[in-house]
Design a protein around this ligand. Structure first.
Ligand code: TZP
Ligand code: MG
Length: 212
C-alpha cells in the first residue's frame, strides 16, 4: 500500500460519528471520545433535532477545535459548503448526495473524501474519487432509518478482494466484540455512532474499541 493510503487507513481505525441528535452533550461526548482513543471524527448533523445555519456552523467549529487539539481529522457529513467554509479535513457523502467526482472537484486533492457504498458497482464508481469507502450496514442499526439491507461483512470482503489498497471502514450496529472479525474480513477500521454516543460510560465504551 502506498504510504499516504497506509497513513489514511491507520487514521480510520476508530472512526466516531456524532451530531447533536445522537447525545445530550455532544461536545462533552466528543471530547471524552477523543481523550479515549478515537482516531477520526465525523460531524453528522441529521434528523428532527438537527441544527441548521449559524448554529450548525458554530457547533462544527467548536468540534473542529476539539479535534484539532487531539490531532484527529475532522470530517463533515454531506455539507460540502460548510466543510469549505471552515476548512474541514474532509467530507463524507452517501449515494444520495452530490456526486463524488463533483465533490472532489470542489474540495481539491488534499482534503479527504469518504463515500458510503452498498454494492460492488458503487464501490467501483467511488474509487476514482474517494480516499476511503464506508461499507454497511454490517449489523442492524437504529441510527439511520434508510441504512438499507444488512450485509454483514460480505461486501467488505468482496471490495477488499477487488481493491487491495482501498481504505475501508465498516459501519452499522458495530460493537467492540465485532471489531476483530470486521478487520479480519478486510476493513481498516470501524465507524460507530451509538455504541459510543449512547453508552452510559462514553470513556469506557471508547476504550473498549480503542484497545482492539
Ligand atoms: N450509515 C450506515 S449505518 C449508519 C450510517 C451512518 C449508522 C451507524 O450508527 P450505529 O449507531 O453505529 O449503528
Ligand atoms: Mg449523506
Amino acid at each position: 500500500m502506498n504510504p499516504s493510503r497506509r497513513a489514511l487507513a491507520e487514521q480510520l481505525q476508530l472512526y466516531f460519528i456524532c451530531g447533536t441528535p445522537n447525545t445530550k452533550d455532544v461536545l462533552g461526548t466528543v471530547e471524552t471520545a477523543l481523550q479515549c482513543g478515537v482516531t477520526c471524527f465525523q460531524f453528522r448533523e441529521k434528523g428532527k433535532e438537527a441544527l441548521y445555519g449559524d448554529k450548525k456552523e458554530a457547533m462544527a467549529r467548536a468540534l473542529q477545535t476539539l479535534c484539532r487539539s487531539y490531532d484527529v481529522p475532522f470530517i463533515i457529513n454531506d455539507d460540502v459548503a460548510l466543510a469549505e467554509r471552515i476548512d474541514a479535513d474532509g467530507v463524507h457523502i452517501g449515494q444520495d448526495d452530490t456526486e463524488a467526482a463533483h465533490v472532489r472537484a470542489r474540495i481539491g486533492p488534499d482534503k479527504w473524501l469518504g463515500v458510503s457504498v452498498h454494492t460492488l458497482e458503487e464501490a467501483a464508481a467511488a474509487i476514482d474519487h474517494a480516499d476511503y469507502v464506508g461499507i454497511g450496514p454490517v449489523y442492524p442499526t437504529k441510527s439511520k432509518e434508510d441504512a438499507g439491507a444488512v450485509n454483514g461483512t460480505t461486501l467488505i470482503r468482496q471490495v477488499r478482494d477487488m481493491y487491495r489498497e482501498l481504505p475501508i471502514v465498516g459501519i452499522g450496529g458495530i460493537l467492540p466484540e465485532h471489531v476483530p472479525m470486521i478487520r479480519q474480513d478486510g476493513a481498516d477500521g470501524v465507524a460507530v455512532i451509538s455504541a459510543i454516543a449512547s453508552a452510559p460510560d462514553v470513556a469506557m465504551a471508547t476504550r473498549r474499541f480503542a484497545c482492539l
